[in-house]
Ligand binder design. Structure first.
Ligand code: PMP
Length: 356
């Protein structure tokens, strides 16, 4: 089997063991004579899958008892609306660190009073904005913790006092341990570090789940969904099943501390190379560099295109930068092995050498 070196930003590489295990039981799930795709969501077998996913997630993230978990469809984008529809009653504050945090902010303005507290647009989003002082009359403060497009990340969370911090953690979910008690809620589309597209996971403090806004669609009403165990309607059974397998893979690999060690090592290999290089440079300021998404370029569109084409010949794919900023991006999520990162680094090294 010819597996490529896949640096895609999402949907991203999944652990081969997970794919193999799913393939093995694809046609006949647990001797039931049907595929998991054909299994009813109210069956005891599927309820077992959902319960197992929940238990594993609680263990992995060490989720305190006063938090609940939601498994919803619609990706992080639907939660851009879900958060204000459930939590915004007076005013919310948003930190703008890139495209997705801005989308979240714009969505919130449709449903209430949302204001921008800090913005790093003037810095070309090469760093995350800091919050010098936080107004205390807010329902919540929203951040995007890892900025997939610009390759930046909060290494220290903003201080919000008594105001709950809500974080879009789509591209850093389960890539390292995190202290859930510091957040009012975290949410993520799982298609980067933890599963296939079509599923989002929200971990939310129970006390924040109150009455949703009257216009909130039934599907997005967190209180209703929690009462129904994320099964108010048919959930994405396939994505939950596969994500549960990824959780198991992470546990078997040593948990989130192990993921963090591997991920830091992988991105550091690339950043070290980029810092030495005369041709390539990393986009983000060192203090804000993302562990997950290493964004870089030569500074020339033509050369970048050449690199991407050369990489493809070596089975290195998914390194094209986001269309908003061009350049290149290597996403070093959990399932990307160090050997792929070394292959990419060698290619960049050779490319530069050949240009001298
Ligand atoms: N937030 C971040 C940080 C993302 O990277 C993405 C997708 N790349 C989104 C939100 C949007 O997620 P989805 O496609 O799951 O709606």
């Amino acid at each position: 089997m010819n597996r490529v070196h896949n640096f895609g930003a999402g949907p991203a590489q999944l652990p081969i063991e997970v794919l193999q295990s799913a393939a093995q039981e694809f046609l006949d799930y647990k001797g039931l004579g049907l595929s998991i795709l054909e299994l009813g969501h109210r069956s005891s077998e599927f309820e077992e899958v959902l319960a197992s996913a929940k238990e594993r997630l609680i263990r992995l993230l060490n989720i305190p008892e006063d938090y609940d978990i939601l498994f919803l469809q619609g990706g992080a984008t639907l939660l851009f609306a879900g958060i204000p529809l459930n939590l915004l009653h007076y005013k919310a504050g948003y930190l703008i660190s890139g495209n997705f945090s801005n989308k979240a902010y714009l969505e919130a303005t449709k449903y209430g009073n949302a204001e921008i507290l800090a913005n790093s647009k003037d810095q070309d989003f090469r760093e995350v904005p800091s919050l010098d002082s936080c107004p205390q009359d807010l329902d919540y403060v929203h951040i995007c913790q890892n900025n997939t497009i610009y390759g930046t990340q909060y290494h220290r969370l903003p201080t919000t006092g008594d105001v709950p911090l809500i974080a879009d953690v789509s591209s850093c979910f389960l890539s390292a341990p995190m202290d859930i008690s510091k957040y009012g809620a975290i949410y993520a589309g799982v298609q980067k570090n933890a599963g296939p597209a079509g599923l989002s996971i929200t971990v939310i403090k129970k006390s924040l789940v109150k009455k949703a806004q009257d216009i909130c669609p039934t599907y997005l009403d967190f209180g209703l969904q929690l009462k129904q165990n994320s099964m108010l309607n048919t959930p994405n059974t396939w994505a939950i099943y596969l994500t549960n397998k990824v959780f198991e893979w992470i546990e078997n690999a040593g948990g989130l501390a192990q993921m963090e060690m591997r991920n830091r090592e992988k991105s550091q290999l690339l950043y070290d190379f980029l810092d030495e290089s005369q041709l390539f440079s990393a986009r983000a300021k060192p203090s804000s560099r993302s562990i997950a998404n290493v964004v870089f370029s030569t500074g020339s569109e033509e050369l970048d295109a050449e690199v991407i084409a050369e990489a493809k010949k070596e089975n290195i794919v998914g390194i094209q930068g986001h269309r908003l900023i061009g350049g290149m991006r290597a996403s070093c999520y959990n399932a990307v092995p160090k050997s792929s990162v070394l292959a990419l680094r060698d290619l960049l090294y050779q490319f530069e050498k050949n240009k001298r």
